[in-house]
Design a protein around this ligand. Structure first.
Ligand SMILES: *Cc1c(COP(=O)(O)O)cnc(C)c1O
Length: 384
């Protein structure tokens, strides 16, 4: 049995929850070890921003720390503050940098700001001079045009002899725009720019690659890699299959099985008209749970250019979503399943071992990252 399907140790609460999320922490650790092996001689950090991509920064952070991770990336200081409890000796980098008012959070929790602009640099130089030595990281933009010092600013900084002695960057980093596409010529261009940056900051560790970049080869690894999505099973290979172990299963309880007639309509807008007598399973999941409205079978404007809606998995088969996904319920077509193979109270897999999070994301016209970080608060969670 797939470990995510084993309910041996599940609590009563979990067994009766409308929505359940099972998270295999050992699989997350194994995915990190796999990324570390692929990163060659580079150190491998772990990106745990946005509550570890929706899977829980406390449990995931503790697991990865136990597996040997000593460099973490979060987006905002509050995430770093939470993580510090579970990763006492690790370096925790904060990607959004430091802002006035956040000094106490940074210094009390020993967080490392990632400085990404001249304004932040000036603020940090003044702050760190007052405080004495405290590490920082520098983000340099090599073509993404999101965060980072420009190449010129970075190279000038590297050779600026007047910078204060208390200013001590421990990492210089950049981010690839097309790391998930080995064919993109942008990768080579960003690599060349970043090689210049790394040379200008000789002696300081450099980091360019997230999950996708790790697969582009050892030139892209520098001293540190920064995988996120690959740890959570959401990195896809070119044919769409998961590139790492599946780590989570999301399920919804079926609240009702209904019989409907050919010609009846289903869900809001009466946009789905049945062309046969049908059996419908109404499941306790909706867009408030990150089961995006774009997963609808019919009747959603953005849905129309996409070929089909999402499928769930129940009684050993895939079953399609019918009509519009609503806030709290979604309707699946179980007509093709043997009668009695699915009843009210059963659980339907939304993503997991049978339907990858990538596949679900694709059905919604989005990416696994968005599915995972949208899960919402109603899932009863169980960690293996
Ligand atoms: C989110 C993020 C990562 C991790 O990216 P994945 O594609 O999830 O591996 C790494 N670096 C930066 C700067 C990021 O914003």
């Amino acid at each position: 049995m797939h470990p995510l399907n084993d309910l041996t140790d599940a609590t009563e609460e979990f067994l009766s929850a409308p929505l359940r999320l099972t998270i295999d922490l050992e699989a997350i650790a194994e995915n990190w070890r796999m990324m570390a092996a692929r990163s060659g001689s580079a150190r491998t950090a772990a990106v745990v921003k946005a509550d570890a991509y929706g899977l829980g920064i406390e449990d995931v952070g503790e697991t990865l720390y136990g597996a040997g991770v000593r460099d973490f990336f979060v987006a905002v200081p509050s995430e770093g503050e939470t993580l510090r409890i579970y990763a006492p000796e690790a370096r925790i980098f904060v990607l959004s940098g430091i802002w006035p008012g956040q000094e106490a959070t940074f210094f009390n929790n020993d967080l490392v700001p990632v400085i990404a602009s001249e304004e932040q640099l000036a603020f940090w130089m003044a702050t760190s001079a007052e405080r004495g030595d405290h590490p920082c990281a520098l983000h340099v933009d090599t073509g993404f045009n999101r965060l980072g010092l420009s190449m010129r600013e970075a190279v000038e900084l590297a050779s600026d002899v007047s910078r204060p002695a208390s200013f001590s960057p421990v990492l210089v980093m950049s981010h690839l725009a097309c790391g998930d596409d080995p064919q993109a010529s942008m990768n080579q261009a960003q690599l060349q720019s970043f090689q210049e940056v790394a040379a200008a900051f000789e002696g300081i560790d450099a980091s360019l690659s997230a999950s996708g970049g790790i697969g582009l080869g050892s030139d892209y690894h520098f001293e540190m890699t920064r995988p996120g999505i690959a740890l959570y099973g959401g990195l896809a290979t070119t044919n769409g299959t998961p590139a790492s172990l599946t780590v989570a299963k999301a399920e919804a309880r079926i609240l009702q099985i209904r019989e409907a007639k050919a010609g009846d309509t289903v869900s809001y807008g009466a946009a789905c008209k049945l062309d046969r007598d049908s059996r419908l399973a109404v499941a306790a999941v909706g867009y408030a749970d990150g089961y995006l409205r774009n997963l609808s079978g019919h009747g959603v404007a953005l849905r129309e250019p996409l070929p089909v809606g999402a499928s769930g998995f129940v009684a050993g088969q895939r079953v399609p979503v019918l009509g519009r996904v609503t806030m709290d319920q979604t309707i699946f077509d179980v007509t093709d399943l043997p009668t009695d193979s699915v009843t009210a109270g059963d659980y339907i897999e939304l993503f997991g071992p049978n339907i990858s999070v990538n596949e679900l994301a694709e059905a919604a016209g989005t990416i696994s990252y968005e599915i995972l970080t949208s899960l919402g608060l109603r899932y009863e969670r169980r960690y293996l």
